[in-house]
Design a protein around this ligand. Structure first.
Ligand code: GLU
Length: 473
């Protein structure tokens, strides 16, 4: 069997974490079995669907690298097809027109509630052998209802949740077309899953209640019923349903926050799925391993610390050229012009084991390229008369030192020794003057990645300030 999966988001907001995980699992399952992955935009809810939300979905998929083989298909462009199938069902007797007005339906529901019954359509327009139907009111628009089987059960072996059975007596005759002729949500899903040849419907378990209705309609159409895998929801770290309260909900917010897509993908893959104790793996490994029977039916809990840990890992191990281009884009977006020297590659090599995300990396990298103004309180704290003397000594020897970290390190040691001081007395002023930061990688390596002239300039700018009438020495 050729596997065909789909991701079928409704474009009413962002591509959120839950949706991205659904997309990832559907994508991976198709990849695992050399099948096809289809993107379908379920945009029939015109009041809630927006072009911006469609774009957000496409952007999110692209950022994650979840490429699709077919689509995006838009349900709003398939209306004639849905209408045609409704006509076929009416002709075949698996659907019927119902002329009950919304008022009548409300009254019926009230009566049912008053009698302690579950409110449901009473089937008054449902054709039955030997039953005489009321005369259709003239000029009154009808809805179309699916003629749900009256007896028996509808059952499926959910690939995550196991066997699920619902008695047909529990199911109303679902409206499949509204009075204005527009098809309803469940019906469009059915027609699309059928005509797109979907073999595996992998989706959130908020759709479990729709599945028995969809299966019944598929069967009425004589369609092959796909297999279903309903993914449990994702909870926030506090055990509550994941929502905006938990911070980033849109996938693209993770991009903004400096996460690498590979970290987010790896993280999402482990939300409810496991492969032994493997925590860190590539998407090609994931696609090799991914089977639906390794998905847990219990809810997954979002753990930001773990995501951060993965992100730091990928920052350390990602291809240096890719990291450089990602960082360059981020710096340029901040208005920072990346000069040829100091080289961005050297800055990255020095810092990448020390940062948790791309923004932190950009923070430490930008100081190399901007007109640095270290904070006055840091200057006051670390540039005392004592440290100023050792700094001046260091500056005096700078023009002659071999420009590599070993020689620079030796010079630093000599200077502090000559002044009877401990290492931080020179290292801290150097850090502050060169980067404005109290924490940097080893100071000799830090000095060495700057061009010599730039170090002299940054160190003497302050010494000049200190010797000016307004300076503090
Ligand atoms: N459009 C639905 C949603 O965004 C998904 C429908 C489905 O996967 O069957 O929740």
């Amino acid at each position: 069997m050729m596997i065909r999966t789909r991701f079928a988001p409704s474009p009413t907001g962002f591509l959120h974490i839950g949706g991205a995980r659904t997309a990832l699992f559907s994508w991976a399952y198709a990849r695992r079995h050399a099948g096809s992955f289809i993107l379908r935009i379920e945009d029939t809810d015109l009041a809630r669907s927006t072009p911006e939300a469609v774009q957000a979905i496409l952007d999110g998929m692209q950022w994650l690298g979840l490429n699709y083989d077919e689509g995006p298909f838009y349900q709003t462009q398939r209306m004639p097809r849905y209408r045609a199938v409704i006509e076929e069902m009416l002709a075949a007797g698996s659907a019927y027109r119902c002329y009950m007005t919304p008022d009548e339906l409300d009254r019926l529901r009230e009566e049912q509630r008053a009698q302690g019954l579950k409110p449901r359509y009473d089937g008054r327009w449902r054709p039955e052998p030997g039953k005489t139907l009321p005369t259709p009111p003239v000029g009154m628009p009808a809805v179309v209802r699916f003629r749900n089987p009256a007896a028996g059960v509808v059952a499926w072996d959910d690939l995550v949740k196991g066997r699920i059975e619902i008695a047909n007596a529990e199911l109303d005759d679902l409206i499949i077309a509204r009075a204005d002729g527009t098809p309803t949500y469940n019906f469009c899903v059915v027609v699309d899953d059928w005509e797109m040849g979907i073999t595996h419907v992998i989706r959130g378990d908020d759709h479990v209640n729709n599945t028995p209705r969809q299966i019944n309609i598929l069967q009425a159409l004589g369609a092959q019923v796909p297999l279903y895998a309903h993914l449990s929801m994702i909870l926030g770290g506090d055990g509550q349903k994941l929502s905006k309260r938990h911070g980033a909900v849109s996938v693209m917010q993770y991009d903004d926050a400096g996460y690498l897509p590979e970290a987010v993908l790896n993280y999402l893959a482990r939300l409810g799925w496991s492969h032994g104790d493997d925590e860190i793996f590539s998407m090609s490994q994931f696609c090799e391993w991914f089977e639906l029977d390794h998905i847990t039916p219990s809810a997954a809990q979002f753990n930001t610390e773990k995501l951060n840990w993965l992100n730091a890992h990928y920052l350390r191990t990602v291809d240096p050229e890719r990291l450089e281009s990602l960082l360059r884009v981020r710096l340029e977006a901040r208005g920072v012009t990346v000069a040829a020297s100091p080289s961005l590659a050297a800055i990255i090599a020095l810092h990448k084991g020390r940062v948790g995300n791309l923004n932190e990396l950009a923070n430490v990298a930008e100081v190399f390229y901007i007109d640095l103004q270290p904070k006055a309180e840091l200057l006051a704290k670390h540039l005392t008369p004592e440290t100023f003397a050792v700094l001046s000594d260091f500056v005096a020897h700078l023009p002659d030192v071999a420009w590599e970290s070993g020689a620079i390190g030796a010079l630093i040691k000599d200077c502090v020794a000559r002044h009877g001081l401990k290492m931080p007395k020179l290292a801290m002023p150097l850090r502050i003057l060169l980067t404005g930061l109290e924490q940097t990688p080893s100071v000799d390596a830090l000095v060495a990645i700057f061009p010599r002239e730039m170090v002299l300039k940054r160190l003497t700018a302050v010494s000049e300030a200190r010797h000016s009438p307004t300076g503090c020495s």
